[in-house]
Design a binder for this molecule. Structure first.
Ligand code: ZN
Length: 171
């Protein structure tokens, strides 16, 4: 039996670059759910998690490595970000990957995200929810959420505590 290559070498020689998307598509073994995996020192690890750790460092406890490209077998560290399990699930729902199932905890929540009921400030004006802001300003669905997520100065979440402040008397 040939001597095994170092795990990072196997990782970096185990993908094919997709020129259109820039994804590094894992060519090795895959879990049923589409994520790639490989053996590292006798343990099976997710290829994308291993790639994230190699390039970006330690994954804190409780966090998941998410794909910005929605391509589960992609191991391009530029397409990988840290997030919570909940965010990961929400991504899947938003992208229509998880189909409606009555037993699924996110059933029926595709449109109304729980946090959309949060008070937001958009372009200096306060709204009871992201949805309301979008409606009043004629923005596309999800725009305000996107601005908040990307720290765009146009929109921010208002903490409940701030609601008692005089700035929000109008509500
Ligand atoms: Zn990708």
């Amino acid at each position: 039996m040939a001597k095994k290559e170092a795990p990072y070498k196997r990782l970096l020689s185990g993908f094919i670059l997709q020129s259109d998307s820039g994804c590094w598509e894992w060519q090795g073994s895959k879990y049923k759910n589409g994520y790639g995996w490989m053996k590292v020192f006798g343990r099976s690890v997710s290829a994308h998690r291993y790639s994230y750790e190699l390039h970006n460092g330690y994954i804190p406890d409780g966090l998941e490595v998410r794909h910005t490209c929605d391509n589960r077998c992609c191991i391009n560290p530029d397409h990988l970000i840290l997030g919570t399990h909940q965010e990961n699930m929400q991504d899947a729902v938003d992208r229509g990957r998880i189909r409606k199932g009555k037993d699924h905890p996110m059933h029926g929540k595709k449109v109304e995200r729980p946090r959309q009921s949060n008070v937001v400030m958009v372009m200096g004006k306060t709204y009871k929810s992201q949805k309301e802001a979008e409606r009043e300003l004629g923005l596309g669905s999800g725009t305000v959420a996107y601005w908040i997520k990307t720290n765009n100065g146009k929109a921010k979440l208002i903490n409940k505590g701030e609601l008692n402040g005089k700035r929000f008397k109008s509500m």
